[in-house]
Design a protein around this ligand. Structure first.
Ligand code: CU
Length: 125
């Protein structure tokens, strides 16, 4: 009776940590998540102003799975977009700032954590 022992050595060397720290000097722009325009193809939702369900445009915003979305604060006041279920948070968006490009696996209602009456909806199609 022979027994064969198969030693399967699985080497998981997939730890690719890409540290892309882009420190820029000499800039005097106000601090914010990002002042740079969103990547091509990203869906942009404008943060218009504090105005109930008219605060965001377009609203509802349609974001297909895998698509990236950014919020652009076109108001003169700081806003902060959060998904009601907590799965997304742009951080404070200064006037004129874009949020980071976010890939959504979620949809649903969101609001501004600074002005809770600012409400919008993401539709995941
Ligand atoms: Cu706000």
């Amino acid at each position: 009776m022979r027994r064969f022992f198969f030693a399967a050595a699985l080497v998981a060397s997939m730890f690719g940590v890409a540290a892309c720290g882009g420190d820029s000097y000499g800039g005097s722009s106000p601090s914010g998540p990002s002042d740079t325009p969103p990547p091509a193809g990203a869906i942009t939702i404008n943060v218009v102003r504090e105005n109930g369900n008219q605060s965001f445009s377009p609203n509802p915003g349609t974001v297909p799975p895998g698509q990236t979305v950014v919020w652009h604060n076109v108001d003169t006041t700081t806003h902060r977009v959060v998904l009601n279920d907590g799965k997304l948070d742009t951080g404070n968006l200064a006037p004129g700032a874009f949020s980071e490009a976010m890939t959504l696996g979620a949809s649903g209602p969101y609001h501004c954590s600074i002005h809770p009456d600012m409400v919008g909806t993401l539709v995941n199609q």
